[in-house]
Write a protein that binds this ligand. Structure first.
Ligand code: HEC
Length: 112
């Protein structure tokens, strides 16, 4: 009886794990979704202020203009572990300056 239950659980895990991964996978952003973007910096600035990006992504202790650098480093202690706000400055090596538009869209809209 226990052996049967174990086998059933094993089969469910083998079938269920890939199914769970497939059902919860983050989809890609279709190129057509990005085609209509105008590159309007004023809209980006509104999103930046509305989203409070600097609140988390500014370096701890940064003030005034330095808050706009978005060097990251703020730590969030949570019951799940510590999250670290990453550097999202335009620096291609340390920030996200090397990202494509699709990379950014995937991060902002799919969390990947
Ligand atoms: C409440 C704090 C908070 C706010 C507000 C916030 N972020 Fe974040 N952001 C984070 C954290 C923490 C991470 C890292 C998440 C992780 O480790 O999975 C992150 C990750 C990112 C990443 C991925 C960077 C990488 O290297 O993977 C981007 C891009 C990003 N944020 C952009 C933004 C933008 C743009 C805004 C404003 C619209 C914003 N964030 C607002 C906390 C925040």
């Amino acid at each position: 009886m226990l052996g049967k239950l174990f086998r059933l659980a094993l089969v469910l895990a083998i079938v269920g794990a890939p199914l769970f991964w497939w059902l919860t996978r983050p989809g890609d952003i279709a190129a057509a979704e990005l085609a209509g973007l105008s590159g309007d910096a004023a809209r980006g600035e509104r999103v930046f202020h509305a989203g409070g990006c600097a609140g988390c992504h500014a370096a701890p202790g940064a003030e005034d203009e330095a808050r706009l650098v978005l060097a990251g480093g703020h730590r969030f202690e949570t019951p799940f572990g510590t999250f670290l706000a990453p550097n999202i400055s335009p620096d291609p090596e340390h920030g996200i300056g090397g990202w494509s538009l699709a990379d950014l869209a995937r991060a902002m809209r799919r969390g990947v």
